[in-house]
Design a protein around this ligand. Structure first.
Ligand SMILES: [Zn+2]
Length: 1202
């Protein structure tokens, strides 16, 4: 160390006593090492005295700019005199014992760690070392260690580990020395390499000599010992060692002892530290086995239940439950295979596709419980940890910050242009771009922005695209000879010339949902072409006069043996029972009377039960459903009351987990009675009145199995998407046979996402048929004690993207039914079936006025044989004059799509709002129609919707990942929707706006994703500003307008980053390939809003439909803003730089494999851990002082956190 010059602040000579002394000390350091020991002893003892008596002195030495600490350390380094060393150590101890961590920080920053460790080595060689010296030295090291990130490595390299360990061994009874040594050891152990090395040297066994039964004495020592042990047990080798030495039962016995004796809860921190050790041992499989063999489940369960009433003991209960969940033996889901119950034979199976993979596996391997879990398979590696692991980590972070991305930005900063290569285009959010991704060229980027644009890449030849011409008759229509007075005028758009029709349009059935005239019904080549009431209704068990259950006969379609016979009698009987209010009330005092349906026509202009049944008849499902769910039949009138986001009740998750653990503790209480099972040919007949009845064999239903676990508790398993073995999230099922006033707990046990809005106030939706027939046909948010957590059902790696050791998640909710003999439905979100869409489209036709140009076509047929509707909406020209026709033909296109993901029903409700607005007679709607031509595909995935899928189509694939290369056979709706867009592009009529409506399961509010090169580059750390990249910022205008118009819309949640993983989504492909600059995904929350007018409320269909209407109004405003007259005023919409900066600061997390989202991954503040392997609390706070350890700091801390 260089000889520091003693200076004071600002270099002004001071008359301070201590500074004078330090000056003298400094002089001594400058002289020969063997200077007069007496003098240095004298000076240091004087300084010590001053420090002990005056806080002022301590301040002077450690003040900013003072070199006092340096002088003291230099003396310590140079002196060989024991007394002087002791004096200096005392000085240092005094200095750092108060004033918090700052003074320790000064000591560390002046190189104190190395000097102290060196001193430890040197003095240990002079055996026997001075006990006083070792005491002082370890006391100060115990404080320095936690403040020095590299302490563990430095100690190991210096050889200090063994010195402390031998000292411990020699002084197990010497409590005065034991405590600081253990404290230092605790810091050593925090380093994983040290932990392995200490374990090899017998430190685990050594620590177990200190751990003993309950005693009020030496609790500080015990606490540090346990913390050290817990740190060591993080090493798998040490955990194994502990298992081998049978320490698991020992720890459990010690825990029970403290639990029994610490009746006044003075030592919660010790009890928690014991649990910390058990927790770490049970991270390995052997540890969990030992824990179960030692009856750990029962011990922790009973101790925890005894703690439940004392809030300060929560940390113990939480850690116990964590351990128990981890050790709970993993079960298989009680299904024969996790593949979907239903199989759909694809026209061909691409060899590399997911379906081929799925069916290539031999039976029964798809659901193997992976024995290797929690990374156990890597345990051998732990012993070989490199010495430099921390350095490596640092190195990695540096690379991530300034490595590859740095070089890319450097190249761009050098003024080089660059462009994306379509084949190798991969900006990944938050991940540095590989250098190959960007190609820098010497093009002048400033004068040719289009160079930045991806090349339009028409994969289909122009002649091929001609087939879409017939879907755009508005471009050739001249309206000559048209009577513009006629109210029928708008029905004229040309019928498709058959030869031009590109797609196999079904001729025998459903030529178009809307042209389905009554007379044509007999042409339907379906099995379901007649309708009758089936007698296997839900109320079979009810006695006479029992009420609704018996009378509520299922609305069902049944195969009519008299195929082709007139429909009307059968439909008529339905009407008689369910619709004709007058008839029913007059002629039936009995069972038919209760089936009166309230006249909702006024409230639900687009709903018509009779029409719904007609529509269902044309809907083809893979399971060939013959039943209709009441909610879809009756319709849904949004409630007028507010539905608040639920406040989370404390301890719900814990209580649920304990109930789950009780299944293992008290196995005899478990019924395990299967009450519904799609895997069986015949569902079990449950008629004993002791169980609920389940059903979901109707459109969009997807319950696979229901198991009665306890009297009022059911485990439910959702079916996988067809031709898939996962994607469980959406649910829709029926329950009947309930008792009034009892609380039923429902657990959906095969959820896959790591977290859910069900943990943040979202409720399930329930529809009561009793409520419906008493005048309130509606879905309402229902359920208490809702939570979402990882469970003990093992998830096969085949269904978890290859990751082993994954578990499913449970979504649990509790419902108390209000009505006797009700039939209730539960759903993930407001259902919206394909048949409902068809009904709505047909009813929309009735809203047509002479001013409206409305066309409905069948774009194509789906794999499942259902037609995919395409709508064209604009305004009729006012006359057939040239300029009117010209204006008509030159309106820009707005292209909208929705519901590619079947589980995102909210997207359909938003689309409904859009369609209703577009068809409305209001001047604003008319103005909008006069401004644009709307091309709308309202349901991109009818098959998925019909069959109750959550994510996929019948091809077992996410259709929103197929836009780059859609297959005409496997993804016809995407292939042809893209074809329409490609056609528009080929005739230079690229749409002004494209928007795909989606639902978002993890975020609140409504928001948009758009595409911006600049913002993408920013997110990927390439310094776009340095590139002087010019980009038209108008992609922000529409979301900006929406954020001002629509209360549910949040600009802050929008993102304009293009991620590699989203490369094949509609939004990105339409932007890159078609060249639509304003290409968006609009995401609506499934939960609710946390800002704006709807803050704190769950979202309902009213708000969703409103959103769809406001989207239209925003388009109108967009048009006005872009007109030359108003352009000047539009600048306030484009205060983009601020927005950009905001969005740039947004933090995004890395994606984990669960379900592919359309949106950048998002990490909500998780304060309700759904992960059983989450560390409930960080490691013992390294900054805590020994004084804290005697208090209740841990539990207090935990309380503060909870
Ligand atoms: Zn989606």
């Amino acid at each position: 160390m260089n000889k520091p010059k003693m200076t004071t602040e600002k270099g002004v000579p001071s008359n301070s006593r201590v500074l004078m002394l330090l000056g003298q000390l400094e002089k001594l350091n400058g002289e020969a090492v063997l200077s007069d020991a007496e003098v240095s002893r004298h000076i240091t003892s004087k300084i010590l005295h001053l420090i002990q008596t005056q806080e002022k002195t301590r301040k002077e030495i450690t003040a900013k700019g003072s070199s006092g600490m340096e002088v003291i350390l230099a003396s310590l380094e140079s002196t060989r005199d024991l007394q002087t060393i002791l004096n200096i150590l005392c000085i240092l101890n005094e200095l750092v014992s108060v004033g918090g961590g700052r003074r320790v920080g000064v000591l560390v920053s002046k190189g104190g760690t190395a000097i102290l460790l060196q001193l430890l080595i040197t003095t240990s060689k002079e055996w026997p070392p001075s006990e006083e010296l070792m005491l002082q030295l370890h006391t100060i090291l115990a404080k320095v260690g936690p403040k020095d990130r590299k302490f563990g490595i430095k100690a190991r390299i210096n050889g200090a580990l063994n010195i402390t360990v031998s000292l411990l061994k020699q002084n197990l009874q010497n409590h005065k020395l034991l405590l600081p040594c253990l404290q230092v050891l605790r810091v050593y152990s925090a380093n994983s390499v040290n932990a392995v090395s200490l374990g090899k040297n017998g430190v685990v066994e050594l620590l177990f000599k200190i751990i003993g039964p309950y005693s009020k004495k030496n609790t500080s020592i015990l606490k540090v010992t346990l913390d050290t042990l817990a740190a060591l047990l993080k090493s798998k080798a040490n955990a194994r060692r502990a298992v081998d030495r049978t320490y698991v039962p020992t720890l459990l016995a010690v825990y029970q002892d403290w639990h029994r004796n610490d009746t006044r809860h003075r030592h919660v921190h010790i009890r928690k530290a014991i649990l910390g050790c058990i927790r770490n041992i049970t991270n390995i499989k052997l540890g969990r086995k030992a824990f179960l063999e030692a009856d750990g489940m029962r011990i922790l369960y009973s101790t925890s239940t005894e703690c439940l009433s004392v809030r300060t003991l929560d940390p113990l209960i939480n850690t116990s439950s964590l351990i128990m969940r981890k050790c709970f033996p993993k079960n298989r889901l009680p299904v024969p295979t996790i593949r979907s119950v239903f199989h759909y034979q694809l026209p061909h199976i691409p060899a590399e596709g997911p379906v081929a993979q799925l069916y290539r596996q031999p039976p029964d391997v798809d659901d193997v419980v992976d024995e290797s879990d929690d990374n156990d398979d890597t345990e051998a590696d732990t012993e070989n940890d490199t010495e430099n692991e921390e350095d490596e980590k640092n190195h990695k972070t540096q690379v991530a910050r300034g490595g590859a991305s740095g070089s890319a930005s450097a190249r761009c900063a050098a003024g080089l242009g660059f462009e994306y290569l379509a084949t190798d285009w991969s900006p990944v959010l938050g991940v540095p771009l590989p250098p190959a991704t960007l190609y820098c060229r010497n093009d002048d980027i400033e004068t040719d922005i289009s160079k930045l644009r991806p090349k339009e890449n028409l994969t289909r030849p122009l002649e091929d695209l001609k087939m879409y011409e017939c879907f755009f008759p508005e471009l050739s229509e001249n309206f000559q000879g048209y009577s513009f007075d006629s109210s029928k005028s708008c029905q004229t758009p040309a019928v498709l010339p058959k030869s031009l029709a590109p797609i196999v349009v079904p001729t025998a059935h459903a030529p178009s949902p809307l042209s389905l005239a009554q007379g044509e019904l007999t042409d339907l080549p379906l099995d379901l072409d007649s309708i009758c009431i089936s007698k296997d209704g839900p109320g079979g068990a009810g006695g006479a006069g029992e009420g609704l259950a018996q009378e509520l006969e299922r609305v069902a379609l049944e195969e009519d043996t008299l195929n082709g016979q007139s429909q009307s009698p059968v439909v008529g009987s339905l009407q008689g029972e369910l619709e004709h209010d007058d008839d029913c009330s007059s002629h039936s005092s009995g069972e038919l009377g209760v089936l009166e349906v309230p006249d909702t026509a006024a409230l639900l202009p687009l709903h018509d039960p009779e029409l719904y049944i007609d529509m269902v008849k044309g809907t083809k499902s893979v399971p060939q459903y013959t039943e209709v769910a009441y909610p879809d039949y009756f319709g849904h009138v949004a409630p007028t009351f507010r539905e608040h986001i639920l406040e989370r009740v404390y301890g719900v998750q814990r209580a649920k987990i304990f109930q789950d653990i009780e299944r293992m503790i008290h196995p005899n209480d478990i019924l395990d009675k299967v009450v519904y099972d799609l895997d069986l040919k015949r569902s079990p007949v449950i008629d004993d009145g002791e169980s609920l009845k389940f059903n979901s064999q109707f459109e969009s239903g997807n319950l696979r199995k229901a198991v009665q676990v306890r009297k009022f508790e059911y485990d439910l398993i959702l079916n996988s998407d067809i031709n898939s073995n996962h994607y469980h999230q959406w649910f829709y099922f029926e329950v009947s046979g309930m008792r009034v006033g009892s609380s039923y707990r429902f657990n959906i046990i095969n959820c896959e996402k790591v977290n859910s809005q069900f943990n943040y106030g979202m409720q399930v939706l329930m529809y009561s048929v009793q409520e419906a027939i008493s005048g309130h046909p509606r879905w309402v948010r229902t359920g208490t004690e809702i939570c979402y957590y990882k469970n003990h059902f093992s998830r096969s790696s085949i269904a978890a993207g290859g990751q082993k050791g994954k578990s499913y998640y449970t979504m649990t909710f509790t419902v108390t039914f209000q009505y006797r003999d009700d039939v209730c439905y539960f759903a993930y979100h407001y259902p919206y079936t394909y048949s409902t869409l068809k009904m709505h489209l047909q009813k929309l036709e009735a809203l047509r006025t002479p001013q409206i140009y409305l066309r409905q076509d069948v774009l194509c047929e789906t794999l499942g044989g259902n037609s995919c509707p395409l709508l064209t909406i604009t305004a009729m020209p006012q006359s057939s004059s040239n300029d009117q026709i010209c204006q008509f033909k030159n309106r820009p296109y707005v292209f909208l799509t929705a519901r590619v993901h079947p589980g995102e029903t909210n997207a359909s409700w938003v689309m409904k709002g859009t369609l209703e607005f577009l068809m409305s007679p209001s001047p604003m709607a008319q103005s909008l129609r006069e401004s644009y031509v709307f091309k709308i595909v309202p349901m991109l995935n009818p098959d998925g919707v019909i069959n109750g899928n959550h994510r996929c189509s019948l091809s077992g694939e996410d259709l929103n990942r197929q836009w780059q290369r859609p297959s005409p056979d496997l993804h016809p709706t995407i292939f042809h929707t893209k074809g329409l867009l490609q056609y528009l592009s080929s005739i230079q009529r690229v749409p002004l706006v494209y928007c795909d409506y989606h639902g978002h399961s993890r975020k609140k509010n409504v928001f948009m994703y758009g595409c911006s090169i600049k913002e993408t580059l920013w997110q990927t750390n390439v310094n776009a500003a340095a590139c002087d990249l010019q980009e038209d910022l108008s992609y922000r205008t529409l979301p900006k307008i929406l954020s001002q118009l629509a209360p549910a819309f949040s600009m802050a949640s929008c993102s304009f980053v293009v991620e590699k993983s989203k490369e094949s989504t509609a939004r990105v492909v339409v932007w890159r390939e078609i060249g639509v600059q304003k290409s968006y995904t609009m995401e609506s929350t499934l939960c609710g809003c946390d800002q704006g007018k709807y803050k704190g409320l769950q979202i309902g269909t009213r708000e969703l439909e409103e959103m769809g209407a406001q989207f239209c109004i925003a388009l109108l405003r967009l048009k006005r803003l872009s007109s030359p007259l108003e352009f000047r005023n539009s600048s306030h919409f484009l205060d983009v730089e601020n927005d950009l900066i905001e969005s740039r600061c947004k933090v995004t997390s890395s994606t984990t494999y669960v379900l592919d989202e359309d949106e950048p991954s998002f990490m909500e503040e998780v304060d309700y851990s759904a992960e059983s392997n989450d560390e409930p609390e960080p490691d013992p706070d390294p900054q805590e002082t020994p004084a804290d350890e005697d208090g209740l700091s841990d539990s207090e801390l935990a309380l503060r956190r909870s």
